[in-house]
Design a protein around this ligand. Sequence first.
Ligand code: HEC
Length: 147
Amino acid sequence: MKYLTGITLITLLFSPAWLYASQDFSSEIESRQAAFSAIEEYNEQIEDVLARSDSDWVLLEKRSVELVELSNSLIQLFPSGSAENSKAKESIWKNSDDFNKKLSVMQAHYSALEQGIKSKDKSAVEKALKQVNSTCRSCHRSYRSRW
Ligand code: HEC
C-alpha cells in the first residue's frame, strides 16, 4: 500500500498535466499590462507637454528614458503559452518573428524620441511620437484581443 502511494505520487509529479497546470504566468501578464498602461499614460503626458509653449524638457527627458526602459522590458514578458487570462492572442507565438519585430520597431522609435528630446528638437520629437503611435495600432490589430 505504501509502495503504491509512492508510485502514484511520482506519476503525478512527472505527469505533463501537472506540469502545465503549474505554469502560472500571472506575474508576467500583470507586468506587461502595467507596462502598456504606463506607456499609454506617458505618451499622453508627452503630447500635453509638447502642446504647451514652454515645454518642460526636464520632465520630457525623464519620461522618455522611462519609455525606453518600459518598451525594452516587454520582450521578456511574453513567455510562450501566456495568453490565458490576458488579452494577448495565441497568434503571438505562431508569428513570434513578426511580433518581436513589431516590438523592436516600437523600441527604435522610443530611442529616436529620447534622442530628439535630449537635443530639444521639437519636430524630431513629434515625428518619433507619430511613428510610435502607429506601432500601437499595427500590433493591436493583429495580436491583442478585443475581449
Ligand atoms: C508588438 C505588439 C504591441 C505594441 C507595439 C503595442 N502593444 Fe499594447 N498591447 C499588446 C498586447 C498583446 C496587449 C495585451 C496584453 C495582455 O493583456 O497581456 C496590449 C495591451 C495594451 C494595453 C492594455 C493594458 C491593460 O492594462 O490591459 C494598453 C493601454 C496598450 N497596450 C497600449 C499601447 C500603446 C499606447 C502602444 C504604443 C505606444 C502599444 N500598446 C504598443 C501589444 C502591443
